[in-house]
Design a protein around this ligand. Sequence first.
Ligand code: EPZ
Length: 427
Amino acid sequence: MLQSMRINGGSPINGTIEISGSKNLALPALAAALLTDKDVTLHNVPNLEDVKSMLNLLFHLGVDMGSLENGTITLTSKDLKTFNAEYDFVRKMRASILVLGPLVSRFKKASVSLPGGCAIGARGVDLHIKALEHMGANITIENGYINASAPHGLIGCDINFPISTVTGTENIIMAASLAKGTTRIINAAMEPEITALAELLIGMGAKIKGHGTSIITIVGVEALSGTSFTILPDRIETGTYAIAAALTNGKLLLKNCKYDHLSSFFETLHLAGIANKVYRRVDCEHDDIEVWRERDIINPVNIQTAPFPGFATDLQAQFMTLMTICDGTSSITENIFENRFMHIPELSRMGANISVYGKTAIVTGQSYLKGTNVMATDLRASVSLVLAGLVARGETIVNRLYHIDRGYENIDCKLQMCGAKIERFTA
Ligand code: EPZ
């Protein structure tokens, strides 16, 4: 049954929100379990639809796994039943492409459906394929499937990505961990999830250096061992709730996050007139961050999305919602995906004043938004509409909630606990 969210705007969002584990680290970390026949135990795994999709795919492949309980799950990839990731799995979640590298590297073969496009763009995987071919994999594309084989294993080499690709970098780091010889990834993505994935693999015995920089060197090993690893906090969830506090003139304490993964984002929020205070936790390497709006008005700020450490494309839609009620005009340029403005028509229906010129949106702040029926189209566009509903006058109904449940754990409960008048219902 299709679920929707009913939101009555106007309440300031005040209180404390516990940040969940990172979706975009949990997905490659689960795929990494394919690289060893030993137990891989992951902690702080978020209970999300995308995580369930990845677990379903791994189970289909033949990975032994316990159940995900309180964020912890153990996976063991002894003998797989199949090396095929069928279209039905991959179309639901593009990140399924992350099983390609581990399967080819350890099991010497894989057949993974091409993910196809999605709402925000073509989302090609050509760079993943070219890189694996460069490492010696024989790859054919037939009937929408990537058929890869490397009977003698992959061979380490230099991989030069023409553009920064997060899952492309992740696929090759995992593949190179069991390749023969040394692989250097040049123009590697530098997102915190890449760094954390490398730490996970190093804990399994992989030899990796330079993670977090644009040149990552991996020296292949014969086999990898098991490990136990904790997923880092979700920086995009953190940024999303920071904007909820900013929008509604509330004050939130975001628990268990990593300020360093969002420093440029919080600097941008500060320019908009949003303050933050960081409490470094002594018991672990995480932080608590307090966020509030300093004055009644929100300053317009121009942004351009960019690979880390630039402004994250996954926070672009949420930031645009903030700018719809700013005191002036802001320009927002989306440089990563070619169609990541699907939230604009829906925000406009709520009274936002946004004009699009190519990959730049010009947002002229209004004094208020009006609640109405809106349609979710992709994960981050959907949450930008929930944020808009929190501050809009009247009632907003956000339809097609499955988009949101892919990437936000218990969003309605977390917001309700902080004063939001929000409820989920079956449409
Ligand atoms: C990852 O997607 C994230 N997903 C995305 O988060 C995020 O928006 C994106 O990185 C950018 O930060 C996961 O980590 C699971 P890319 P990914 O490869 O790896 C083009 C969310 O909302 N490209 O860095 O798929 C691509 O089309 C999701 O949580 C090719 O052309 O993104 C895009 O324009 C959405 N060919 C650009 O590169 C390729 O082979 C960057 O994509 C690979 C990428």
